[in-house]
Design a protein around this ligand. Structure first.
Ligand SMILES: Nc1ncnc2c1ncn2[C@@H]1O[C@H](COP(=O)(O)OP(=O)(O)OP(=O)(O)O)[C@@H](O)[C@H]1O
Ligand SMILES: [Mg+2]
Length: 165
C-alpha cells in the first residue's frame, strides 16, 4: 500500500483524489475516522478529533488485507502506520509562504495556521515518516511550485519506477 502524508495544506487530499483515476482505492483518513468513529474524543480547543490509533490501525489492517497493493492512504497519522504494510510513503512538503496561503484559503484559524507552519518548518511529519518507514521507502515531493496534477504525476512515476501497484 501507498501512503501520502504531510503537514495540513500540503495537498494530500487533492493529490490523492487524482490517483483514483489510476484505479487506486483511496482512503482519506479523516473521513474514515469520522465515519467509523475511530476517535477518542472531540477536542473543542483544537477543533479536531483525537484519533484512536489502535482502532484506526485495526481498521486499516482489515482494508489492507482486502486490497494490499492498490491502496492509497492519505492524511494526518498516515506517517505512523505499521511499516510492514507500507510499500512506499510520499511526504508532501511546502514552503511556509505558500503553505500559509493554502491554509488561509482553507479557512483555518490563525492559531492552527501558526501551529502547522511551525510543524512544517521543523519537518515533523517528514521526520516521523523517516523514523517509521526508513529512508528507502520515503519519497519527498516539494509541492510549493507544482500544480496538483504535477504532484500526482510525480507520484505515479515513482510508483511505476518501483513496479508497485
Ligand atoms: N501543488 C499542489 N498540490 C497540492 N495542493 C495544492 C497545490 N497547489 C495548490 N494546492 C491547494 O492547497 C490546498 C490544500 O490542499 P488539501 O486540502 O489537499 O491539503 P491537505 O494536505 O489534505 O490538508 P489537511 O491535512 O488539512 O486535510 C487546496 O486548496 C489545494 O487546491
Ligand atoms: Mg486533507
Amino acid at each position: 500500500m501507498i501512503v501520502i502524508c504531510g503537514t495540513p495544506g500540503t495537498g494530500k487530499t487533492e493529490v490523492a483524489k487524482r490517483l483514483q483515476k489510476f484505479t487506486f482505492k483511496v482512503i482519506h483518513l479523516s473521513d474514515l475516522v469520522i465515519r467509523e468513529k475511530l476517535y477518542l474524543k472531540y477536542d473543542e480547543e483544537r477543533s479536531s478529533y483525537v484519533i484512536d490509533l489502535d482502532k484506526l490501525i485495526k481498521r486499516i489492517t482489515e482494508l489492507y488485507n482486502q486490497n494490499p497493493v492498490k491502496l492509497v492512504i492519505e492524511g494526518v497519522s498516515a506517517e505512523t502506520l505499521p511499516n510492514h504494510m507500507v510499500d512506499l510513503c510520499f511526504v508532501l512538503i511546502c514552503e511556509p509562504g505558500e503553505l500559509e496561503k493554502r491554509l488561509r484559503k482553507k479557512g483555518y484559524p490563525p492559531s492552527k495556521i501558526a501551529e502547522n507552519l511551525e510543524a512544517e518548518r521543523l519537518n515533523l511529519i517528514w521526520g516521523e515518516a523517516l523514523d517509521n518507514y526508513g529512508p528507502d521507502k520515503v519519497v519527498v515531493i516539494d509541492t510549493t511550485r507544482l500544480t496538483i496534477d504535477e504532484t500526482a504525476q510525480k507520484i505515479i512515476k515513482e510508483i511505476r519506477k518501483r513496479k508497485i501497484g
